[in-house]
Design a protein around this ligand. Structure first.
Ligand code: ADP
Ligand code: MG
Length: 700
């Protein structure tokens, strides 16, 4: 064994632990002193002080020790079990281990055991089923009964053949000398101000807590560190972008403002107004804007995006609008073209539907700056798309793209004369409102604008969940609405392979049955662009009554006269998706109705449907969605940085997240690259954890 005074956190456990124990730790992936210290308990069990067997209290968790006097394997099938009799001077305790007959090879008469579990009365004596146990040395210090008082005992993540108890033994060896090696990356006054324990104290409090308060304080410290390091990474990247990249400063002012507003068929709402002002202030700077515009479905994000794009065009630059689906890109194109009619703004639509030659021609126009406002799908993201001077890039419905794709439009512009990279101002629009707290984790480097009010005159969509057995009534209701001149969407459940068959079957059924005599049309992903355009155009013009669709109409589609949304197989859709679908109706002055036809077969499905019926507030629903699914699943572990969150849960630690964000922001504002000597440790830790993921390689 090596001398503890020569240890570092990298000292191999093989040099400090007995061979058997170090092999066990290696099975858990723990090979160095530091790694073992970082292997913190998942929870703590409150351990009773030991008592003589005769004094054990029935019905409570007890600890005792004694000698095994007899063992046997008994029962059969599911009831198969290993039994042992434990005796001390005062009495006898029966132990029974279900499904653990392998213990017959481990525990023998004559062994001394320390056991813990819930004592139950069985006949004349007490019994503990499936106790935790520890085989004691035949003689030694362990043998002192009642040596321990009641205490909190750490329960460690363990694995087959390696118990929490093994980890505890290994920790016993390294804890005291190891703690002395832990350096804190936060200065004492800083910690003090935030009531955070020192790092070595936090580890001590987890491995050997004196109270539950200590456990809480320690976990808070480690969670704070997780969040702070991520926020540091995010803020450093942001500072880096600001320093090394420039965007064209876009002119604003009352004249341009009035000219843009004149183009809109409505006056902006106060909420839109505020967001537009926030954006215009950003765009007037050469510092590249990175702003998230969030607003519930139907809150009017398109007008805000258009405003920003027209600012770019007014200053002689180009603008791009990236939409997640062709239908949405086409819709944006037609509504924007309508608003720009008679103006000099040259628009262009770039989707995968273009022929090769049309595409080439369009790319040339874009590169020559002959297209001012380019709307497109993913096709805009390919390398061959080069703008002459892209001033504003808007990514619509960003949740459909995934976080990693944001910023792709960056770097498409030419390099600047002074060596700095010229990037467009970027606006990211989302209608799946991201709960603020989580947004901070993921979009820590974005500013956020929120359109928090819907345009005037909207009435909430009435939502009902109905069983499939009530379909007849559902469509009778739909029919009455259609006969009044309103329109309906009917969404078929989207199982990829069958989606298209599903839509067609549903159309046939409705045409032949409940909606006989009315115009029912279908739209889905397999339809050619021309046909799809024609179908959408007829529906928009009111020439068809009902549109049966897959989720291609999920986002963005805007037909104010549509008042009814029927979702078939509603239990199969996600919460955000259903909220989006519901957002297709109730856009005009007539109230909307959303009928969710389905039968929840899981608890989660029932919760989803229940939540939709209960509220139409997208922010509340997004929170509910997170609660049902967990942050990792909603945003993907990588995107949310969840894989680097060892101790923090952005949902549980909201206040801490906010604190860490403010702290990191202030700190980075003072010291953008963390390069003073006293910051060496924190910088190393940020880069080690997030350097690669956040592309910080060349920061500083
Ligand atoms: P989303 O935020 O979901 O993208 P849209 O931009 O599609 O919402 O707008 C939803 C509907 O509200 C559209 O029909 C649009 O014309 C209308 N709208 C947007 N802003 C206003 C406003 N200020 N006053 C009246 N109607 C508006
Ligand atoms: Mg939209």
């Amino acid at each position: 064994m090596s001398d503890a005074s020569t240890w570092t956190l990298r000292t191999p456990l093989a040099e400090v632990l007995p061979a058997g124990l170090s092999r066990k730790m290696a099975q858990l992936g723990l090979r160095q002193v530091g790694g073992l210290l970082a292997h913190v308990p998942m929870r703590h069990a409150f351990e009773e002080a030991e008592a003589p067997i005769a004094e054990l209290a029935e019905g409570s968790v007890v600890s005792a020790r004694g000698e095994v006097t007899a063992t046997r394997v008994a029962g059969s099938g599911r009831g198969r079990r290993f039994e042992a009799v434990l005796c001390d001077d005062s009495g006898r305790l029966d132990l029974v281990f279900f499904n653990q007959t392998y213990l017959a090879k481990k525990i023998h008469a004559g062994h001394r055991l320390r056991v813990q579990g819930t004592a139950k009365r069985r006949g004349p004596g007490l019994q503990i089923a499936n106790p935790t146990f520890e085989i004691l040395e035949p003689e030694g210090e362990d043998d002192e009964p009642n040596a321990r008082d009641e205490r909190l005992r750490p329960v460690y993540p363990a694995t087959e053949g390696v118990t929490s108890r093994d980890v505890e033994r290994a920790i016993d060896v390294v804890l005291a000398p190891g703690l002395a090696l832990i350096e804190d990356h936060l200065p004492e006054p800083y910690r003090h101000e935030r009531a955070l324990p020192a790092l070595h104290e936090a580890y001590r409090m987890l491995h050997a807590p004196q109270s539950e308060d200590e456990v809480r304080a320690a976990r808070r410290r480690l969670a704070y560190d997780d969040l702070l390091l991520l926020q540091f990474g995010v803020q450093m990247r942001r500072a880096h972008l600001r320093e090394r990249c420039v965007a064209p400063a876009l002119e604003t002012g009352p004249v341009i403002d009035a000219r843009i507003r004149e183009r809109m068929p409505f006056a902006l709402t106060p909420a839109q107004d505020r967001v537009v002002r926030e954006i215009a202030a950003d765009l007037a700077q050469t510092r590249p804007t990175n702003r998230l515009v969030q607003g519930d479905v139907g809150s009017g994000k398109t007008a805000v995006a258009l405003y920003a794009m027209l600012l770019a065009v007014a200053s002689g630059h180009q603008a791009a609008l990236l939409a997640p689906t062709a239908i949405l890109a086409e819709q944006h194109m037609s509504s924007i073209e309508a608003m720009l009619e008679g103006s000099k703004v040259r628009t262009a639509l770039l989707t995968g539907a273009l022929t090769a030659s049309a595409r080439t021609a369009l790319l040339e126009r874009i590169a020559a700056g002959e297209a001012d406002l380019v709307i497109g799908t993913h096709a805009l993201l390919t390398d061959s798309v080069r703008f002459r001077s892209l001033g504003v890039a808007v990514i619509d419905e960003q949740h459909r793209f995934g976080v990693h794709q944001r910023g792709v439009l960056r770097g498409r512009a030419a390099a600047s004369p002074d060596g700095r990279e010229v990037v467009p101002h970027t606006l990211v629009m989302t209608a799946t409102p991201i709960p603020r707290t989580l947004g901070i984790t993921i979009f820590g480097d974005l500013d956020v604008s929120t359109i928090d009010r819907l345009p005037p005159g909207r009435r909430p969509v009435r939502t009902r969940a109905v069983l499939p057995t009530e379909r007849e009534r559902v469509y009778a209701f739909v029919r009455r609405r259609l006969e009044r001149g309103e329109q309906a969407f009917v969404v078929a459940p989207s199982i990829e392979a069958e989606e298209f068959a599903g839509v067609n079957a549903l159309v046939e059924e409705l045409r032949a049955g409940p909606l006989r005599g009315l115009e029912v049309e279908a739209v889905h992903g397999r339809l050619k662009k021309d046909e799809r355009d024609a179908v959408m155009a007829r529906f928009r013009a009111g020439a068809s009554h009902a549109l049966v669709a897959t989720t291609v109409i999920e986002v963005g589609v805007d037909v104010p006269n549509a008042t009814v949304m029927v979702v078939e197989g509603a239990e199969r859709f996600g919460l955000a998706q259903l909220h989006q679908l519901r957002g297709r109706v109730g856009r005009g002055r007539k109230g909307g109705v959303c009928l969710l036809v389905g039968e929840a077969k899981t608890e989660a499905a029932a919760q989803r449907l229940g939540a939709l019926v209960a509220t139409s507030d997208g922010f509340r629903l997004a929170e509910t969605d997170l609660e049902i699914r967990g942050a990792g699943e909603v945003f993907g572990a990588k995107q949310s940085g969840a894989s680097t969150m060892l101790h923090a849960d952005p949902l549980k630690h909201r206040d801490l997240l906010e604190l860490a964000r403010r702290d990191a922001k202030a700190w980075i504002a003072r010291s953008p690259t963390l390069d003073s000597a006293s910051e060496r440790l924190v910088r190393d830790r940020v880069l080690k954890r997030h350097g690669e993921g956040l592309g910080l390689a060349d920061v500083g």
